[in-house]
Ligand binder design. Structure first.
Ligand SMILES: [Zn+2]
Ligand SMILES: [Zn+2]
Length: 507
């Protein structure tokens, strides 16, 4: 079976922060780049490698183009960047977007939308930094080393400030609440970012450039009578790639018309108690494939904040019903893969939600710049390891469905303390993580025996790019990443960290 991948989910390594890129890649244009290289490269070795890649699975085209530093300009039909880490990682994110073709030289990016899940600095600040003039990565001690190198072989070596076509932001739940109150420990950059968006000039010597449309995501994930959906176009077979808004600002849609609050457990603390609760919660859907993005929401084990996860676990089956024939033989499940909410905090990714989501793969966006959290916590990781049981209503308990936990990076020493949240639990450290459902498996198929086969195949690989940690500073060290592929294995020289495939089969 041919394997191609139109939908790409990139968990970009921004250390202690969050940054997810979701995009729809034009497979025909991607192939044309490899064909051109196979035919026209001046070097015979380059032509030979391109020819090998061309004759292999189309899955290999993307990592090959990146490996060969070929421009992926105009191969992305639509891209949604959800959060972008701290300010210091803005240049890295910009370089990454350029490398994968999600942005192109020039200010205006018609294919690009940004979304801030909530107004904490490790999520929103990098978005602001992206939209401003680039900083010199060499001056940023915390930026990844790779940032300075990316683009060296590209035709376009620099991209100025990025102007996305759309910017999605959580809308205030209560219109009487001052938006400035919608933050607690954040740096307060959000009001400044909004002001900058509002004041974007449109007239340049080169002509008119449209402003970014700032689109509030209404509370509860509805927009009038319509469910809020961000459309990322369709694949070559007209299968849509959609991003559903499940919750926003501590509320969710009951039936597409009415909205319901998720109260804090300790009202004495008053609202707003935490930005994390207010996170925009998303589900990426492409055929039978689903990926859950919960921002920094938490669950029932926290005594102060809202039980957003518990509420979602109750309403998810009605809000987003299963696709017909999707894992019909087992307990209903709602996604193939998930980002760990709140970087793997002990109060997040609770049993109640995990047993409804039933993910096969979990991605943890974590890193050495953890100020005080120590994420992912051992408690969280222990909930997911083989043999763990998730408690809940129906069925009352079930074993973990997870077979892979992948982290962007993990500090082995932080602030002078040794840190190892997953001894023996096989959490793989990958740098930037690329997760792609195989196109040919996202539509349920009738098998020769007359049963429906809705098993989705996922391909996953890593970039191996990590934060730069001062080697003379003994208070910090990073855990080593996965080994790079050995030469000789088919396709492996083009992957920074060896790819693997896993099947979402209803477990
Ligand atoms: Zn947060
Ligand atoms: Zn966070």
């Amino acid at each position: 079976m041919t394997k191609s991948a139109s939908l790409e989910i990139h968990q970009i390594n921004v250390s202690q922060g969050d940054c997810t890129l979701v995009l729809n890649r034009d497979q025909a244009k991607l192939k044309a780049i490899v064909e051109d290289r196979a035919k026209n490269a001046s070097n015979a070795n380059d032509r030979a490698l391109a020819t090998d890649v061309l004759n292999s699975d189309p899955l290999n085209y993307l990592p090959y183009c990146i490996h060969a530093k070929l421009s992926l300009k105009d191969t992305v039909k639509a891209a949604l960047l959800v959060d972008a880490g701290n300010d210091g990682y803005g240049p890295d994110v910009r370089a990454y977007l350029l490398k994968v073709g999600a942005i192109v030289p020039g200010l205006y990016q018609p294919q690009l939308s940004l979304l801030a899940t909530h107004y904490h600095d490790d999520h929103q600040d990098g978005l602001r930094s992206l939209m401003r003039d680039p900083m010199d990565p060499n001056k940023l001690k915390l930026a990844k080393q790779a940032a300075a190198q990316v683009g060296a072989g590209h035709v376009e070596t620099t991209v100025e400030a990025v102007r996305p076509a759309r910017f999605f932001r959580p809308a205030p739940h209560d219109k009487t609440v001052d938006p400035k109150a919608f933050r607690d420990r954040s740096t307060g950059l959000f009001p400044a970012m909004l002001a900058e968006l509002n004041n974007q000039p449109t007239s340049y010597t080169t002509g008119q450039i449209p402003k970014t449309s700032v689109l509030p995501i209404p509370m509860g994930g509805t927009n009038g009578l319509q469910r809020s959906v961000i459309h990322l176009g369709v694949d070559a077979a007209s299968q849509p790639i959609d991003v559903f808004v499940l919750a926003s600002d501590q509320a969710y849609a009951v039936d597409g018309r009415t909205k319901e609050d998720i109260p804090n457990k300790n009202p004495k603390k008053g609202r707003p108690s935490s930005e994390n609760d207010r996170s925009v919660v998303l589900m990426v859907q492409y055929g039978s494939f689903r990926h859950f993005l919960g921002g920094d929401i938490g669950g029932s084990t926290c005594t102060i904040e809202a039980d957003v996860e518990g509420k979602l676990a109750t309403v998810l089956p009605t809000m987003l019903p299963l696709i017909p024939n999707y894992r019909a033989t087992t307990a209903p499940s709602h996604c193939c893969s998930t980002k760990l909410s709140h970087h793997g905090s002990r109060h997040s990714n609770t049993d109640q939600l995990l047993r409804v989501l039933q993910p096969k793969v979990a991605l943890a966006s974590t890193g050495f710049r953890q100020y005080f959290h120590g994420h992912p916590t051992a408690e969280n990781i222990n909930r997911m390891k083989p043999g763990a049981t998730w408690a809940g209503q129906n069925p009352t308990a079930m074993g973990t469905t997870l077979s892979h936990i992948l982290a962007t990076e993990i500090a082995s020493v932080g602030k002078g303390k040794a840190f190892d949240p997953d001894t023996g639990l096989n959490v793989k450290v990958m740098g930037d993580i690329v997760l792609r459902p195989v196109d040919e498996t996202v539509r349920p198929r009738l098998t020769t025996t007359g049963t429906w086969d809705s098993r989705v195949t996922l391909q996953i690989y890593g970039s191996g790019d990590f934060s730069w940690v001062d080697p003379s500073d003994s208070r910090y060290a990073l855990r080593a990443g996965e080994p790079t592929p050995t030469a000789g294995a088919p396709g492996f020289p083009i992957y920074p960290i060896a790819p693997f495939e896993t099947v979402c089969d209803g477990h």
